[in-house]
Structures are given as structure tokens and as C-alpha cells.
Design a protein around this ligand. Structure first.
Ligand SMILES: [Zn+2]
Ligand SMILES: [Zn+2]
Length: 278
């Protein structure tokens, strides 16, 4: 039986260690609410306190297989020409996420970027896992951001969709390519009726043929074939918010149209990844 001193010798360092861990200034303030948290670190989700982490409205159960919404969805039923296979979003667009995105987009709160990137990367991993269950050897070939207008770029100084797309490209090791161009400036989507949004997003984006050729040249060898034996490129279009899907669908249509125009043997398979589903 170990003596009192042996026991003390064994347990004391441990006790001291946990005591110092408790007292040590390893407490940090939560990135979003500013409360002190002992487990907070610098980056991504770990920069949040427990309460903020628990408050993230992850979309875990999907009701609409097309747009990835957690509720029943009339938009996908009404849309006549869906040019993308599916959209998957990380979270619901609730007041909390609205606030986080506003801090990032309109107030330039750069420190939030890794957190948003990590949330989106979680959705990316789920998308790949879900599609791998359906298709053998599923992988995305290229990540394409939804462009903003020149006017918006001047106001904001950056394109949030491009930043998010760049984070996904970096984490997944995929190439990022700015293939899409916005033809005109559209007014803020949130102030418009559904009909106005749909009309407004028609031909809102274009793809330049030389840009498309450059993108395809830069991609690695094809490894996927469609049932007819054609090889298809898998494209991932990234945006921050999915509302009716009209913006991303207009992007997908422009990409599809460019493939057709250039007589590429098989059209692209287009997937959409968004941070929040409203
Ligand atoms: Zn917090
Ligand atoms: Zn839907």
C-alpha cells in the first residue's frame, strides 16, 4: 500500500496543474458576445463561448432535397428551370445569423471571417458526404463565387461570397475561379417581392468564353462520367445567403449556357453552397 507521502507525491503535481489551469489567464472573450470563456481560442468556432456555439442554428434535417431548406418549400416547386442539382446551407438565416453577417458585410468585422468560413466548411463536408452516398467517387472540380456589382464592391470594399468561396477552396484544396460576371447592378433583394426578384435576376450574370476555356485548362483530369459516358465537370457555386434561389439559379444558368455555347461534350453538374438559408 502506498504511503501518504507517495500518494501526495503522485497527486500533488496533478492538483497543482489543474489549479493553475483554473487560475491561469487562459480566459478569452467570446468573439461574438464578448463574455469571458475559459475554452475560447482564436479561430473559427472555437472563438465562441459555449452559449454562442449552442445558439448556431445548424440545418441538420433537410426537407427540400433541392434547396436544402429545413421546412417545406414552395419556391423549388414553382421554379421552372432549376439549373443546379442542389443547394446546401450551413445554417438558418435567423436574427442571430443576420446580425453576424451584417457585422461582417456592412461593418467590416474581419475577425468573424474564420468563424463563417468554418461554418460553411461544415456544410461543404456534409454536402460531399451526402453526394458520396449517391454517386461513386464524388468530388467537386472547381469553386466559383457569386460576383457582386462594381457599385457594391466600391461600397463594401470586398465581395463576401468570394471570401467565403476562397476559404472553402483553401480548406478543401480545390481551385477557385472567378468565372461569373455580373451584367448590371440589381437593387437590394430583400426589399423586393418574389416576382420582382425573379424578373430581376434574369440574365444578371454572364460567362466569358475565354475565361471558361482558361478555367477548364487549369482543372485537373476528369474522373467522373455521366451515364452516357460523357465526362462532366462538377462546379460549386458559393454565396452567403440563399433566399428564393433566383440569384444562384441565374448563376447556374449562365454557367450551363456557356458550356452549351462552347459545345462541350457534357454540361456541368452544378452544386450550390451557401452559408445561410432564409
Ligand atoms: Zn458568446
Ligand atoms: Zn426547396
Amino acid at each position: 500500500m502506498p504511503s501518504f507521502w507517495t500518494l501526495l507525491h503522485q497527486t500533488l503535481p496533478k492538483a497543482i496543474h489543474s489549479l493553475t489551469a483554473l487560475l491561469a489567464p487562459s480566459t478569452r472573450t467570446c468573439l461574438m458576445c464578448g463574455s469571458l470563456s475559459r475554452h475560447a481560442a482564436d479561430d473559427g468556432l472555437s472563438a465562441l463561448c459555449r452559449d454562442c456555439k449552442h445558439a448556431i442554428p445548424w440545418i441538420r434535417v433537410i426537407h427540400c432535397p433541392v434547396c436544402g431548406r429545413a421546412e417545406r418549400c414552395p419556391d423549388c416547386l414553382r421554379r421552372e428551370d432549376t439549373a443546379f442539382i442542389c443547394n446546401r446551407s450551413a445554417v438558418r438565416y435567423n436574427p442571430l445569423i443576420r446580425e453576424w453577417l451584417a457585422l461582417y458585410k456592412y461593418r467590416g468585422h474581419e475577425a468573424i471571417a474564420p468563424l463563417l468560413g468554418e461554418m460553411l466548411f461544415t456544410a461543404y463536408q456534409r454536402l460531399v458526404k451526402e453526394m458520396s452516398g449517391r454517386t461513386e467517387a464524388f468530388s467537386i472540380d472547381v469553386v466559383i463565387p457569386v460576383p457582386v456589382s462594381e457599385q457594391r464592391l466600391l461600397e463594401r470594399g470586398f465581395n463576401q461570397a468570394e471570401r467565403l468561396a476562397a476559404m472553402i477552396a483553401e480548406r478543401s484544396g480545390l481551385p477557385l475561379f472567378n468565372l461569373l460576371k455580373r451584367t448590371r447592378h440589381s437593387e437590394k433583394q430583400s426589399f423586393k417581392t418574389r416576382g420582382a426578384r425573379l424578373r430581376d435576376s434574369e440574365h444578371l450574370f454572364t460567362v466569358d468564353d475565354t475565361r471558361l476555356a482558361a478555367m477548364l485548362r487549369g482543372l485537373s483530369d476528369l474522373h467522373t462520367k455521366d451515364p452516357a459516358g460523357h465526362s462532366r465537370r462538377r462546379v460549386l457555386i458559393v454565396d452567403d445567403i440563399y433566399t428564393t434561389g433566383s440569384t444562384v439559379n441565374a448563376c447556374a444558368q449562365a454557367v450551363e449556357e456557356a458550356f452549351r455555347r462552347n459545345r462541350l461534350a457534357a454540361g456541368p453538374e452544378i452544386y450550390i453552397l451557401t452559408l445561410a438559408r432564409s
